[in-house]
Design a protein around this ligand. Structure first.
Ligand SMILES: Cc1ncc(COP(=O)(O)O)c(C=O)c1O
Length: 443
């Protein structure tokens, strides 16, 4: 068990959960909100822990959907943001500010580990917006408009990024912009053959998509290093090199969506794509980049960025001083505390605990991912591999009741998502495996 820490004091006495839920139901869009049958209210947070209105502690295994990278209210993050708001709160890109260029260089230097030509950034407020920008740049650079995305992908909620999302339940804004084709997923667990054959089939599928569903030359291919919303589907290690080769042969850029996988989450490296040895032309980031402060970014080469010269484009908040202070604080901590190394170490422990559990329980179909980006696909039994969404709901609820929050995802809603703050300890990994074991027993 992780040691209990005292809940930080809330600024004001919280309202009752029932009142908060009623107000939300009355005045917010009737879209999916609280994920539990008995919703929880979260009032304060400290590093990897969250606290409800009664001070009950939860171990956070979902990090605000893979977003709180260095920890809730991390002291360095808090003090940097406080200092910045005292000095200057907002400034548009019309004036110079000393921080943004320096941070862009720091981020581009990180990206040089996967493509030595990375030089130039553009900042946005979200991952969706950053993916939009990536398409804009790719289209401008190549002079073409066609995009290829992967089935079961998730790239955001603007019109174009919804069109790039390969999951029917998220595709609810039709009609979409034309020019997006989909290619099969390298989903080894559900492939009838070896993982290597799964990768080979996905590459063949990409070749077929490029030949049959596009004009043969495209603007870009979008790939998530690990498909977070899609259920932590983790392509084989040979997938991206082969895919990028094909994409380049067809004149397209590789847009690597690292919105969830970036900032060291996959372990050892700042970017998940480093594990694959493939070279992105544009990297898209958000979520963990700001630890919950809204910021998105694209990083690309000078040659690609030059194609934007002379075009009018603008973003009111992107790269503002508060967002950059947040991202600087995150990068400081990721570097100083070697959070990428910690992700690998704690992720390995988590993975090995989950694999042991898999040996004991037929309903643990697949355990996959890298570092602290881990998915557990639950099935009726491993032979039939029948999706088990109801079991998944019961497991997530039971873990919550035991004080451990994990997410749920995948097109069929049967994958547990364990994507905690990167400051998790070995004890946190053990506690989560124990809570899952208990939840499966109870379910
Ligand atoms: C891989 C990926 N890309 C893009 C997005 C969209 O980011 P945002 O919600 O910040 O617009 C998400 C959000 O979950 C994501 O997981």
């Amino acid at each position: 068990m992780s040691p209990k820490t005292a809940a930080p004091k809330a600024a004001k006495t919280p309202a009752s959960t029932a009142d908060v839920a009623a107000q939300r139901a009355a005045h917010l869009m009737p879209l999916p909100g609280p994920m539990f049958a008995k919703p929880i209210q979260i009032i304060t947070g400290k590093m990897q822990f969250l606290y409800d209105e009664n001070g009950k502690e939860y171990l956070d295994g979902f990090a605000g959907v893979a977003t709180v990278s260095i920890g809730h209210s991390h002291p360095h993050f808090v003090s940097k943001l406080k200092a910045q708001i005292d000095e200057l709160q907002h400034e548009p890109p019309l004036y110079l500010h000393p921080a943004v260029g320096g941070f862009a260089k720091r981020l581009a230097d990180k990206a040089k580990t996967v493509n030595p030509d990375m030089e130039v950034c553009f900042f946005t407020n979200s991952g969706s917006e950053a993916n939009e920008m990536a398409a804009f740049v790719a289209k401008t650079y190549t002079g073409r408009h066609e995009l290829v995305a992967v089935q079961r992908s998730y790239h955001g909620r603007t019109l174009l990024t919804t069109a790039l999302t390969g999951q029917h339940n998220w595709r609810n804004q039709a009609p979409y912009p034309v020019g997006v084709s989909f290619t099969p997923t390298d989903y080894a667990f559900r492939f009838d053959g070896t993982p290597e054959q799964s990768t080979a089939a996905a590459i063949k599928g990409l070749e077929a998509t490029l030949k049959t569903s596009t004009q043969g030359k495209i603007a870009a291919f979008y790939g998530e290093t690990i498909m977070g919303v899609g259920g932590l589907i983790t392509p084989g290690r040979e997938y991206f090199k082969a895919a990028v080769d094909l994409v380049h042969k067809h004149g397209g850029l590789f847009i690597c969506d690292e919105v969830q996988a970036g900032v060291g989450r996959t372990g050892d490296h700042y970017f998940g794509i480093k594990h694959y040895g493939a070279k992105p032309d544009i990297i898209v980031m958000a979520k963990g980049l700001g630890n919950g402060y809204p910021i998105g970014a694209i990083i690309t080469t000078k040659a690609i960025a030059e194609s934007m010269k002379g075009l009018l484009h603008y973003n009111t908040f992107g790269g503002g001083p508060m967002a950059i202070a947040a991202a600087e604080a995150v990068m400081d901590v990721v570097e100083k505390d070697d959070l990428a190394g910690n992700s690998r170490k704690v992720g390995d422990r988590l993975m090995s605990g989950l694999k042991k559990l898999q040996l004991k329980d037929e309903r643990v179909g697949d355990v996959r991912g890298m570092g602290l980006m881990v998915g557990v696909e639950l099935v009726k039994d491993r032979k039939s591999k029948e999706f088990a969404p109801d079991l998944t709901i019961r497991v997530v609820e039971s873990m919550k009741d035991q004080g451990v929050l994990v997410g749920k995802g995948g097109l069929e809603g049967n994958t547990l998502r364990i994507q905690p703050p990167l400051c998790w300890t070995l004890a946190d990994a053990d506690r989560t495996v124990a809570a899952l074991e208990q939840a499966l027993k109870d379910a």
